[in-house]
Design a protein around this ligand. Structure first.
Ligand SMILES: *Cc1c(COP(=O)(O)O)cnc(C)c1O
Length: 391
């Protein structure tokens, strides 16, 4: 791959990394390679394995291009593409743990991460302990002799706590414990996990990297110290991302900075408007000065994406349905990061175990898309009116 050099700024690198028109008859984009078999030119090459790719499962110039782009942007040494964000999480955990291990997972983790820890990992004899996302350097007191890794997610899924990753990493590394972070919210653009102590970062590339709600994709990025060993473990598990999906991920990377800037701006505009309403209890958005860890966000993050939560007053369920069932622009759906706005109700009290969730009402997780925020605000305003009328 030509010129992934750091002499250019991010926007420039996004447009140019991971592609080489010279070897594709001048075509700007790397084509979709369909392939399982790679033909070796002679026995010597076959025996040495000295080919860019030796088997379809290991990728193609297209896959390697996207891996190079994500590794460069996140600041890791090596990226391995996965068929989904959850596959990235399950594969990295399986690659790192063994029977008898203890792992520390943030209480604010994406719910399927918990399901994996409480099910498959438990069955394999790995003990998960959930920790307060605001634990900071006090994670040290939870580390045991058999603690293998700390899993962070910042901000937390749905509840948006910002974690002090440098403090957590320093304490973990003092005991030779790995730090893995789910960096999906910020994308590789707005949080640089390896500058803040992470050893490994995962992305649900399904979200902002693909960016158009049309493909499932994940990535695992590893620092130089662990890249060879962990990449080899991941390869043994046999997962590989689909070639069309990788193409869509690579295409998404070309515009991710432009899209995210708009998600950030639109999201803040809607969040600020929501915060002023008397029928909103609280808005959980790290870029709002009212957010309890706003200072940490300012210290460590380079921007904000379009996802945040709103705590609603205690109203009967039909009043929430009156609001959500008749939105004209906001859809009700779980995967976010596309161009469209979404609203889903949630209540974390059933799955927090280390820290209580005390808000008695329903919460809404909003994804603010690329629509004009004036129209989004009007849609929400009408929704709040329906909620009030039905309460
Ligand atoms: C969506 C999501 C995932 C899972 O990604 P999929 O591609 O949907 O499997 C993991 N972590 C976070 C924080 C997510 O939002």
């Amino acid at each position: 791959m030509p010129d992934a050099s750091n002499k250019h700024r991010t926007a420039t690198r996004l447009a140019h990394t991971g592609r080489n028109p010279n070897v594709h008859d001048g075509f700007v984009n790397t084509p979709v390679y369909r392939g399982s078999t790679i033909i070796h030119p002679d026995m010597e090459t076959l025996e040495s394995g000295n080919m860019p790719v030796t088997y379809g499962r290991r990728g193609s110039p297209l896959v390697q291009g996207l891996e190079a782009s994500i590794a460069e942007l996140e600041g890791g040494a090596r990226t391995v593409m996965m068929p989904s964000g959850l596959a990235a999480i399950s594969n990295i955990l399986l690659a790192c743990v063994e029977t008898g291990d203890h792992i520390l997972v943030t209480d604010s983790a994406y719910k399927p991460t918990r399901i994996l820890c409480d099910g498959l990992l438990k069955r394999l004899g790995v003990e998960t302990e959930y920790y307060d996302p605001l634990v900071g350097e006090n994670i040290a007191s939870l580390i045991r002799d058999n603690t293998r890794l700390v899993f962070a997610e910042s901000p937390g899924s749905q509840t948006f706590e910002i974690q002090d990753l440098p403090a957590i990493s320093a304490a973990a590394h003092a005991r030779d414990v790995l730090v893995i972070v789910d960096n999906t919210w910020a994308s590789p653009l707005y949080f640089k996990p390896f500058d803040h102590g992470a050893d490994i970062s995962i992305q649900a590339a399904t979200k902002y990297i693909v960016g158009h709600s049309d493909a499932m994709l994940g990535s695992v990025t590893i620092n130089a110290a662990h890249a060879d060993r962990i990449t080899a473990e991941l390869h043994k598990l046999g997962n590989c991302a689909g070639t069309e999906e990788v193409y869509l991920g690579q295409r998404g990377m070309r515009t991710i900075d432009v899209r995210l800037e708009r998600h950030w701006k639109n999201g803040l505009e809607v969040a600020s408007w929501l915060e002023k309403r008397d029928d909103v209890v609280r808005v959980l958005h790290p870029a709002l000065p009212s957010h309890p860890q706003h200072d940490l966000w300012k210290r460590d993050f380079l921007g904000a994406s379009g996802l945040f939560s709103v705590l609603l007053p205690e109203v009967p369920k039909p009043a929430i349905a009156a609001m959500l069932d008749h939105m004209s622009l906001f859809g009700m759906g779980y995967s976010w990061g596309g161009f469209e706005s979404l609203a889903v109700p949630f209540n974390p009290s059933s799955y927090r175990t280390a820290t209580p969730w005390t808000h008695p009402g329903v919460c809404l997780r909003l994804h603010i898309g690329l629509e004009d925020p004036v129209d989004l605000i009007a849609d929400l305003d009408a929704g709040f009116e329906r909620m009030k009328a039905a309460a």
